[in-house]
Structures are given as C-alpha cells and as structure tokens.
Write a protein that binds this ligand. Sequence first.
Ligand SMILES: *Cc1c(COP(=O)(O)O)cnc(C)c1O
Length: 390
Amino acid sequence: MITLKESERLKQLPPYLFVEIDRLKREALRSGTDVIDLGVGDPDRPTLAHIVEALYQSSLDPRNHRYALDAGLPQLRQTIAKWMKARFGVTLDPDEEILPLIGSKEGIAHMPLAFVNPGDVVLVPDPGYPPYRSAAIFAGGIPYSIPLLEGNGYFPDLEAVDLQMVRRAKLLYLNYPNNPTAATAEKNDLKRAVDFCLKRNILICHDAAYSEITYDGYRAPSIFEVEGARACAVEFHSLSKTHNMTGWRIGFAAGDRSFIGALAKVKANIDSGIFQAVQFAGIAALEGGQEHVDESNRIYEERRNVLVDGLNRAGWSVPKPKATFYVWAPVPPGYTSNELAQMLLKKAGVVTTPGVGFGAHGEGYVRMALTVSMERLEEAVERIRKMRGS
Ligand SMILES: *Cc1c(COP(=O)(O)O)cnc(C)c1O
C-alpha cells in the first residue's frame, strides 16, 4: 500500500455534523423501530409518467447514445429560455445565457473555479446548503459565513459584514426560497443585495432550487426581476425538487454571457454534458404544464398544514412556511438542536435534521421535510404530542 495523505482542501472541509443522527437512525432501523424520516429533502413521490416516457422514447434513439454537447441541446436551452420568460418575464439568449447542468448542485459547486483565486473570499449564508462552503474551499477560496437571523427574516445584513472580507469577496451565495430556513425573499430584499454587490464588485450566485414550491398564492421572484441583477448575478435552477427528479441530474444556470461562459469553460474541462435522453425528459418536464406543479404544491401544502398545525396544537410553536418543503422549527429552551433531534428519534422514532449541521447559526432549530405522506405526518405529530405529554 502506498501512503498518500488526503489533500489540504479535503482536510479543510467542515466536519460532517450529521454523523450521530445518521448512526442513531441506522440503529433504530436495525432494531425494527418504525422510523418516520423527516430528515431527507428528497421528494417521496415518483417522477410523472410523461417525463419517464420521454426518457424511454429518447433512450431508444441511437443518436442519443453518443456524447452530448457540453452546452446542452439547443432545444433544451430554448425550452428553458421560454420557461424563464413565461415564469419570470426574463429574456435570456438560449445560446449564451443559459447553461444546462448535471443537477444544479454541479454548477453551484463548479462556479468558484471560474472566478475565485486562492485567498479570495466567498460569502456563504449560515445556516446554508453545505456545498456553497465546500465549493469555495475546492477553489482555494475562503468561505466566510454571513448569518441568516430570524429577526432579519433570514436575509443577510450585508452592510454589517466585515469590510475587509467584503473587499476580498468575489462571490456571494444566496438561496431563496431558502433551505434550510424555508424563508422567502421579496424583490426589495434581492434589490438590496444587488445594489450592494454592484457597488462591491461581487457576483451573486442565486440558488433558486425551490422557486416553484410555494403556497398560499405566493410566487417566488427570480433575481433577474430586480433592476441591475443582470450585471452582477447568475441564477441556478433545478428540476429536481419541482418535478420529483432528484436522481435524474438536470438543472441549469442563467445569466449574463460573461458569467455563464466562464462556468461553461470550467465544465467543458470536467464533464461532457447531460445524457441527451435526460435532456429530452427535462424538456417534457418544463413543457408539461403548470397544473402538475400546482398539484404537487397542493400535496405539500396539505402536509405542511397537518404538520405545523398539529405541532402547534401540541404546544410546539412552529412557523408555517410559504415556500420549500421544509419546516424550520425552533428548539425549546434547554436543548441543543442535536439533543432535540436525538430525543425525537429515540422517543418518537421521528428523524429530523439538527440545524447546527447547516452552520453555527442553525443552532436552535431543527429542520423537518414534508417528503412523507400525510398519514405519516399525522402519526409523527401524534408521537411528538405523546412524547411531550400534552
Ligand atoms: C436540493 C438542492 C439543490 C440541488 O439540486 P440538484 O439540482 O438536484 O443538484 C440546490 N440547492 C439547494 C438549496 C437544494 O436544497
């Protein structure tokens, strides 16, 4: 056996903080506990038949068995451009301002390689989706946490960020509707970030993975609906959560050609595009009509009401999100998020995600995903009610 040490960049990755809860979950499953898993943000329902059918038909065509174009099929890019126009009123050039991705995580993770030099700072929301931080590290950059606080509606106060760090910053990750807090941002919030980044010469990487999962008539904006955003932002979209396609790996980046072109250059040296049959399936999903998305949202909304109303009745005051399929629940005094998650698993057989795993400012909360059936959520509420003795 040769002796190789893992690279410095791997050593710099933050410790994986879900170890203990993962272990307890495996242990509970092994011992035959009826576990209700609200931990994983992965839709439980299958991909719709018309999308699967598009994959099947396209997979029969030998023309799709070859390497795909790095830039994606023109037809896919045109469909995406049409969707962005219809959904947000945003006009993008399908040839140079849209880049299909092997899942949006792929583009999110590769973006710093396009713009970050060793020692540059990347501003990352805390709590936040863990790849923002790792991506900065992989590019030799320094991730710098900007707190998302309940009192600010979980939108960062950019004016309060250490000026030294702002001066060194190249990228700022934002994510609305937000994982894990389920917070939404209005156009005036995004406008403040855009103005800040225009002044400070920082590229906003807006992760819009949950833009379509909204309730109570709320519609999430694209950052490009904000004046000035074209000059300082890219936006990442995903088909994963909206269309129950997490395993398929398809998403896209949108924005000015100078930003998108640089990401395309990185990707041309790393991957060779998305399997074309999956691209045709993506077209089917985007063209499939709003009614499917509405139907899916009705299901999550019903589940959200069952869980949140049930927990509130049980005396646990939990806010009702108007977007994403997460519930961000405050931890009662006397517990850490890890302790609460462990107790919920041991005493109620309910898996939740401790907020601290998303960053230090996630402490004080646990995240619950609405990706199990209504009956299971009712059961979870009942068990938690019993556990609390209320
Ligand atoms: C799920 C998720 C993604 C990744 O989605 P893919 O397109 O499947 O890679 C990106 N950002 C956030 C915040 C997510 O929760």
